[in-house]
Design a protein around this ligand. Sequence first.
Ligand SMILES: [Fe+2]
Ligand SMILES: [Fe+2]
Length: 261
Amino acid sequence: MAILASADPVTKVAASRALAAAWGEGAMALGEAKPPPRPARPERASLRPPKEMAKRRAFGSQASRIALLHALAHIELNAIDLAWDLVARFAGEELPRAFFDDWVEVAAEEAYHFELLARRLAELGAGYGDLPAHDGLWEAAAATSDDLLARLAVVPLVLEARGLDVTPQMAARLERVGDAESAKILRLIYRDEIGHVATGLRWFDRLCRAHSLIPEVVFQERVRRFFRGELKPPFNHHARAAAGFPRDYYEPLAARDGVNP
Ligand SMILES: [Fe+2]
Ligand SMILES: [Fe+2]
């Protein structure tokens, strides 16, 4: 809870790692807690609606690479809060301990991702909070705060899966402009994120089956109800399959004008 309430990213990351370690040692029991409706944020990163954010296309200039890494760091910072929010918000539901083990591990990985990006930003002479950032991720969380299946459908299975679709091209473009260091970080994050989608899907399926629901059908229904907009192809079927995420879940939700081989 203190992690969600802390605005300073450095504190948030350190506390995330410490809490994940204590949890891993079995030193903690689940408490009853009501997470804040939205996590605290540093004052400098002004939050804007996603539409106002400039498109990041060419990575030729250092400024554009900083803008990309800053946007990704912002996503990871939100991902830390989203993972802890999942643990805290649904602690009252009857879920096995393994559910919390999994999401605590995800939170620790998101903290690591933020650290890697923040360190890289520092190497490029910038820092998190220098640029404005959008608030789209937390909007998705707020909309699904009463419905665990909706939260799993929208956060790991729409938003994090979307990350799998776009990350390989970003890494390749960074490499092409000679920024192998940043590309390496993106590839590491990409590998971990396949795991996060896999974790999301495993629990989504398990909870659906426990209630005799058909997972694909519930997924489509929740996404249509809770996620604004269609899913954007082309999809990275290879990475999604590696996460165990079958096409028949998401393809029926694809925007029709997109091309998808
Ligand atoms: Fe991440
Ligand atoms: Fe993630």
